[in-house]
Design a protein around this ligand. Structure first.
Ligand code: PGA
Length: 251
């Protein structure tokens, strides 16, 4: 049985003071989620990670939005896995489409990051998804299949059992243009089929999320799909009321 998972991606939003306010206000929610077998998480900016970790409930997953694959060195502006671990952070997004678009994050680079995270007992939340052009050209499965295969190459079944994949069609992120529940189910199932081909039955335990303009009003419909195990939410995760409504609507 896969536990439901709701993760907020704050992107480049919130001052540390605002992140702290949210963390404190979220304490009861994490408890409520746990009682209902739902995992709840947020991915603040690097600057707010420590504050959120210290002020949120211990049941709240606190993840980074990105990480470098090297332990240390001459990589100006980057953050390493040991730096995150020192703060008790054990999750990180990898390959979010905004990083793929603006920061040249390739499937190969994602693979290095995923391998480094897994070697350090951290959980990669690996984002995949096609652009509007690719969607319109009918290339979704080709693109997503490649992203999954390359991102997870050279890994064994026992390595990947705790990873999480998020299917986020790029054309639906921050646009208010949702993928239909049929598309979400079809592609999340396709991802699980690719995982099964690569890793066997472990695929049945790997959580696959949908992301892209998820809101309190539509979250339940996505999570009712048999292969959608949760949601990665940007805009609607920023305000505590909306974040709470997302949770309440899937209880
Ligand atoms: P959105 O962002 O919910 O604002 O569309 C989702 C994401 O980028 O993870």
């Amino acid at each position: 049985m896969r536990r439901k998972l709701l993760v907020g991606n704050w992107k480049m939003n919130k001052l540390v003071s605002e992140a702290k306010e949210f963390a404190l206000a979220s304490r009861d929610l994490a408890k409520k989620a746990k009682e209902n077998n739902i995992d709840l998480g947020v991915c603040p900016t690097y600057l707010s990670l420590q504050t959120v970790k210290e002020n949120a409930s211990k049941d709240m997953i606190v993840g980074a939005q990105n990480v470098h694959f090297k332990e240390s060195g001459a990589f100006t502006g980057e953050i390493s896995i040991p730096m995150l671990k020192e703060l008790g952070i054990d999750w990180s997004l990898v390959g979010h489409s905004e990083r793929r678009t603006y920061d040249n994050e390739t499937d190969e680079k994602c693979n290095l990051k995923i391998k480094a995270l897994l070697q350090n007992q951290m959980v990669p939340l690996y984002c995949v998804g096609e652009t509007l052009n690719e969607f319109e050209a009918g290339q979704t499965k080709e693109v997503v299949g490649r992203q999954v295969r390359v991102g997870l190459k050279e890994l064994a079944a026992e390595d990947v059992k705790d990873i999480v994949i998020a299917y986020e069609p790029v054309w639906s992120i921050g646009t208010g243009k949702n993928a239909s529940t049929e598309i979400a189910q079809d592609i999340c199932k396709f991802i699980r089929d690719v995982l099964r081909e690569m890793f066997g039955d472990v695929a049945d335990g790997i959580r696959v999320l949908y992301g892209g303009s998820v809101k309190p009003e539509n979250v339940k419909a996505y999570l009712s799909c048999p292969d959608v195990d949760g949601a990665l939410v940007g805009g609607a995760s920023l305000k505590i009321d909306s974040y709470e409504a997302l949770l309440n609507n899937i209880l």
